[in-house]
Design a protein around this ligand. Structure first.
Ligand code: SF4
Length: 231
């Protein structure tokens, strides 16, 4: 499998924001969101076996000393990209991480079917909004695959995106299907290639409409410079 980076950081998003986490960033994506902040993962990468990725995770998690299960120093792993579901090895990797006692999360664009992943994997599933540049890419079968531990995420760049996310959430009963629905404003590009969405405006829209969603800010972009990779 092709891997862009394996690193240790603080989980920046979702209901586990703030927790130490090992990230495995797979190379390659078939979408091109206008505000993508991981375009460096589109190409290249290092070819690694599933066992080599596991060893890299174990080392960063502090398992070199033979700690297992609940003794794992950092028990949380996120599989991300790029789009991690483009590579077939993601399935044995997820299974082996679970078998080793990790809590496994995956962050996916929502364009690929999530139903082949083990039920225990926590899925963070995006739904692309109109102004992402990749509208209408959501795999609708994924709605039936969501479990009570999964989260659905909308990244919003405009009021039009917000209205789409609000209506999609209501139309498909997302608050009932998933543990959490996340509305995340686009963070302004450090090189000003795209504008951000003011989190305060988004907060006010959510409150005005009384939505059962969580405003998600990318914590790591407040801790480190927003352009920093590997965090
Ligand atoms: S799906 Fe994710 S990795 Fe792919 S272009 Fe969009 S934001 Fe970037």
């Amino acid at each position: 499998m092709f891997i862009t980076e394996i690193f240790k950081s603080i989980q920046g998003e979702g209901t586990r924001a703030g927790l130490p986490c090992i990230f495995v960033r797979l190379t390659g994506c078939n979408l091109r969101c206008t505000w993508c902040d991981t375009a460096y993962a589109f190409h290249g990468g290092t070819k690694m076996s599933v066992e080599e990725v596991l060893a890299g995770v174990d080392e960063l998690a502090g398992r070199r000393n033979g700690l297992h299960g609940s003794q794992v120093a950092i028990p949380l792993v996120e599989l991300t990209g790029g789009e991690p579901l483009l590579q077939e090895e993601i399935y044995p990797l997820a299974e082996k991480l679970l078998a080793e006692g990790y809590t496994v999360m995956i962050e996916t664009s929502g364009e690929r079917f999530i139903g082949r992943l083990p039920r225990e994997v926590i899925k963070i599933v995006d739904v692309k909004c109109p102004d992402s540049g990749e509208p209408d890419t959501f795999e609708m079968r994924n709605l039936e695959e969501l479990s009570e531990s999964d989260e659905v995420k909308f990244v919003l760049s405009t009021r039009r995106d917000y209205e789409f996310a609000r209506d999609f959430t209501a139309q498909h009963g997302l608050a009932r299907r998933a543990r959490q629905v996340l509305f995340s404003p686009v963070f302004e590009d450090p090189e000003e290639k795209w504008p951000g969405l003011d989190p305060r405006a988004l907060a006010e829209w959510i409150l005005a409409d009384g939505l059962p969603v969580r405003l998600g800010l990318q914590l790591h972009k407040f801790i480190w410079d927003p352009a920093t990779k590997g965090v």
